[in-house]
Design a protein. Structure first.
Length: 529
């Protein structure tokens, strides 16, 4: 009986470690919310985009459903900011990630190590995007683990080469975690250049172990966890105790808690115990909520603290993060952001002598045309005048007083020759171009490819580029714009039933190849070609 009681207490403490998310842990909450990153960008049309990366989980590690528009509250300081927003996922935004795997390979893990390697490879690493993902593998046992960030292909080879070192003593867990933090501190974005430094990079450490450490220093555990949080590194733990000694798992729970990461307890050594737990971690990484709030130009939010509150059936309050100054990819921008690049609008150019001649000629022609039209209207509306000698009132003519002079005969206005623009007049800049198309997935136009252009309109209006005539589409439902780089953006035009991209209702969405768009009962696939 005492042994069962001890196990129950240990399990409760580990569960508490998973739910703690802030400086003051709420041990009674069943949900957790963590703001991982905040970006502020100048938008292409007008205003600002405030992008918030939010991890929202239940205590057992499952993702929360935040698709209800009323479930998310944006708090700037202590005041709620009510603005439109679009909800997406991390996998859709194609940001970059750096992950360090810290895996125990001491004697205690010798039997379970093949299962760990195979499960991490197939259930987690295979779900990550090849482009934009860097991983390092650091096995630790009697010696401190070493490694460096590389491509997924190289990382998989390092993972497959891990073998038990046969050491029976307590392993070098904390030394290896500190080394992993050093590796991530030096990590750089693959897209970083001399002119584009400081690009955001999502960083995390994934620990697989039983929590034993040769230093056994609880204060050091807390310090390392807090340092990770300060550096923007989340520590996610896959905890398993092969010898069923669970007290050391508390150290892993503390690392996860202080770094605002997650703690997941694997109950057995077989693949059916590891598979579901690792899949939950992969889902958390790939489907992290990315919420884009649309602010006006007069919304002064730079430098203020932000937090997210989830309401309804899943109530949780996130940590606070400071909102940075507006920019693109971590760099200042005086224009607007498009595909994480700063686009500066072309400066207006002087007209020159030919430009002014063309302008004055146009004004003159326009004035003559206006006067001619006005004269024709006045002539048409004025009463007709009877010819000389006609009786008064004949044919509607006004009586002529004695000695009246008859009006002059009507003459056709002479044609004014149109002025030709000078040969070297300035040419208007061409509209942005794209080769992208919409592929119709269903309905009478199924299989048709519709070329896109800047300003492409969708709706029930007869003049739309794509007419969708069903009861769930609005007259002017949505529009597609093309920026200077050729990238396409979808804008909902205040439709009644909304516009869905990959099943998520959006107001503005950067289209990527393969995205499914649903408007009314019509499904379309965006093909970048």
């Amino acid at each position: 009986m005492p042994r069962r009681l001890l196990l129950c207490v240990t399990a409760l403490v580990c569960a508490w470690a998973t739910s703690a998310i802030a400086d003051e842990p709420d041990t009674t909450s069943s949900y957790r919310a963590v703001v991982d990153r905040v970006d502020l960008e100048p938008a292409a049309i007008t205003g600002l985009r405030l992008r918030v990366y939010l991890s929202a989980l239940s205590i057992d590690g499952h993702l929360l459903d935040l698709t209800d528009p009323k479930s998310i509250r944006l708090m700037i300081g202590n005041t709620e900011k009510k603005v439109p927003y679009a909800l997406g996922t991390y996998h859709e935004v194609h940001d970059e990630t750096a992950i360090v795997f810290v895996i125990e390979n001491a004697q205690a893990y010798a039997e379970v190590l093949p299962t760990v390697i195979e499960t991490l490879d197939s259930k987690l690493i295979d779900t990550l995007r090849d482009q934009g993902t860097q991983i390092a593998v650091m096995p630790y046992g009697d010696t401190t683990g070493t490694g460096k960030l590389a491509t997924i292909k190289v990382g998989k080879q390092k993972l497959a080469a891990i073998a038990s070192d046969g050491s029976p003593g307590d392993p070098a867990l904390l030394d290896t975690v500190e080394r992993a933090l050093s590796v991530l501190k030096r990590a750089k974005s693959e897209a970083e250049t001399e002119t584009s430094k400081g690009r955001p990079l999502r960083k995390m450490i994934i620990i697989v172990g039983d929590g034993r450490d040769r230093a056994n220093d609880r204060d050091r555990v807390t310090r390392i966890g807090r340092k990770a949080a300060k550096d923007g590194v989340r520590i996610h733990v896959l905890a398993f105790a092969p010898t069923d000694v669970r007290r050391p798992l508390l150290a892993l729970g503390e690392l996860a808690k202080q770094s605002l990461g997650t703690f997941r307890w694997v109950r057995g050594a077989k693949p059916d115990s590891w598979g579901p737990v690792v899949s939950l971690l992969a889902e958390e990484i790939n489907r992290q909520n990315v919420i884009t709030f649309f602010l006006g130009l007069d919304d002064d939010v730079s430098g203020k603290k932000l937090k997210i509150v989830t309401v309804g059936r899943t109530e949780a309050t996130s940590n606070e993060l400071k909102i940075p100054d507006a920019g693109c990819g971590g760099n200042p921008c005086d224009g607007y952001c498009a595909a994480e690049q700063c686009m500066i609008p072309a400066a207006p150019q002087g007209r020159g002598i030919f430009g002014w001649l063309l302008l004055l000629g146009g004004i003159g022609i326009g004035g003559i045309v206006v006067l001619g039209v006005a004269g024709a209207i006045i002539t048409k509306r004025s009463p007709s005048i009877a010819p000389p000698g006609a009786p008064p009132g004949a044919s509607g003519a006004m009586p002529q007083p004695p000695g009246a002079i008859p009006p002059p005969p009507k003459t056709k206005p002479s044609k004014v020759p149109k002025s030709k623009p000078p040969k070297d007049a300035p040419v208007a800049p061409a509209l942005p171009q794209t080769t992208a198309v919409l592929f119709v997935l269903g309905g009478p136009r199924a299989g048709e490819r519709i070329p896109l252009r800047h300003g492409f309109s969708i709706g029930k209006a007869p003049g739309s580029d794509l007419v969708i005539d069903d009861g769930f589409a609005s007259t002017h439902h949505a529009q597609i714009g093309v920026d200077a780089t050729g990238a396409c953006h979808l804008y909902d035009r205040g439709s009644t039933n909304g516009t869905l991209c990959n099943g998520v209702r959006v107001t503005e969405y950067a289209l990527k190849d393969g995205v499914i768009i649903q408007i009314g009962n019509t499904q379309l696939r965006f093909l970048a070609q």
